[in-house]
Write a protein that binds this ligand. Structure first.
Ligand code: ATP
Ligand code: MG
Length: 397
């Protein structure tokens, strides 16, 4: 692929769109005589007119050299050594240009061989994620045709999709993530490769897989993402029983809940729903169905707690032992509290006792989500919202 550059007349990235701290890091690296570019998702999102989540930097400076330039710098990672430059709570990630053999189809285990900017791009996943931006002369540097692919709304692997998925199967999940997020078309060879390499996902680090999935639940595009994960059968490999629920008669209900999550996440922007709420979203509709199917007169509260516990274990924890303990406990508590906020029978719990529960605020947010799925619940939500406000006012008096 030939190198193409695009000047500021051909793209609309302006420096006030870029995080000032990332610009400072780029400037200092270049003043010290190194090459340094903005890279990856940040450049892609700027070109798509979206606000980037993070700004990553690629440089010719070695991690130790980066550390010498910035006092507030920490070197992290062994498999993938990186420099984190800190500005208060914010971190700018700086990685040294790396090379890797893009034709090698073994699973990658180490990734610390330094290389040229071109080599660095060739080991990235998709062409739209392989663009550099040089702030010095305002140019986009494109070794892989990513600029045109962005304009054509095409998702294309860098290199042979089959080889790239074998090297790192998490890329298959990332492909579904970018399809869901941007609604792009995908090159047909990548879909064929996914069908052939699907099972390899088992070889990936569970922590990375889980992180990509949880991030997608937070993304505002979780409904489409889960549709693609079900359609491609990746979900069947990772969470087999959950996948069968998605394919059953209640699949649309689950998607409906995810749509509610997407609505809340995109409206709230910076205030993402807590991950325990997102996990609860996958379990609660299934629990509700089991309660309906329970022999008359239906389960009592203790049995419902037990059913919720077992569903979380079976659907999420058994296939994925890395499921964080906090998420398991808190999503269970959020679900359990729903039956005190909206009791099945006539008996109401003492309001004060419910309000005192540690996870009441999260349970209330979950009730709001339920009211997006089933509008008559909105009254209940407002009742508890008011109760919460009154209690807060009383405490501050
Ligand atoms: P997001 O907006 O979700 O952060 P992103 O593309 O920035 O999307 P990151 O996980 O932040 O994703 O990764 C940053 C960059 O690193 C990517 O844009 C891509 O160039 C590269 N990258 C990430 N994961 C992989 C992978 N599995 N294989 C190859 N390159 C990758
Ligand atoms: Mg990113």
């Amino acid at each position: 692929m030939e190198l193409k550059t695009y000047t500021s007349e051909q793209h609309h990235i302006r420096h006030h769109h870029i995080d000032p701290q990332a610009l400072t890091v780029l400037k200092k690296l270049q003043e010290a005589g190194h090459t340094a570019y903005l890279v990856g998702g940040g450049v892609r999102d700027l070109l798509l007119n979206k606000k980037p989540k993070d700004f990553d930097i690629s440089t010719s400076a070695l991690p130790e050299e980066v550390k010498k330039i910035f006092r507030n710098c920490l070197l992290i990672g062994r498999r993938f050594r990186l420099a984190h430059v800190r500005f208060g709570k914010q971190i700018v990630e700086v990685s040294t240009f790396r090379s890797g053999d893009p034709t090698e189809d073994e699973l990658i285990v180490r990734d610390n061989i330094w290389g040229t900017p071109e080599e660095d791009v060739l080991r990235r996943d998709f062409t739209i994620n392989g663009l550099f931006y040089n702030p010095l002369d305002h140019t986009i540097i494109d070794y892989v045709g990513g600029f045109e692919d962005l304009q054509k709304h095409t998702l294309r692997c860098i290199g042979d999709p089959y080889v790239r998925f074998k090297q790192d199967p998490v890329r298959m999940i990332r492909m579904q993530k970018f399809r869901a997020r941007f609604g792009f078309n995908v090159q047909p060879e990548a879909l064929e490769a996914l069908a052939a390499c699907r099972d390899e996902i088992r070889k990936s680090s569970p922590a990375r897989v889980l992180e990509e999935i949880l991030r997608m639940l937070e993304s505002g595009a979780s409904e489409d993402f889960f549709r693609l994960m079900v359609e491609s059968k990746l979900l069947h490999i990772l969470f087999p029983e959950l996948a069968t629920f998605f394919e059953s008669s209640m699949g649309e209900t689950l998607f409906h809940y995810l749509k509610g999550v997407d609505n809340m996440n995109t409206r709230g922007h910076y205030k993402l729903l807590d991950r325990s709420i997102l996990t609860a979203t996958l379990i609660f509709p299934i629990l509700e169905r089991s309660i309906l199917d329970y022999p008359s007169p239906g389960p009592h509260l203790g049995q419902i707690m037990q059913m919720a516990y077992e569903l979380i274990e079976r659907l999420l924890f058994e296939p994925f032992h890395h499921f964080p303990r906090r998420l398991r406990l808190e999503s269970h508590a959020i679900i359990a509290l729903q039956y005190r906020l909206t009791p099945l029978g006539k008996r109401r719990q003492a309001k004060e006792r419910v309000l005192r529960q540690k996870l009441f605020p999260l349970a209330l947010t979950f009730l709001k989500l339920r009211s997006l799925v089933y509008a008559p619940l909105f009254k209940q939500y407002e009742f508890w919202k008011k109760a919460q406000k009154d209690a807060l006012n009383q405490n501050s008096e």
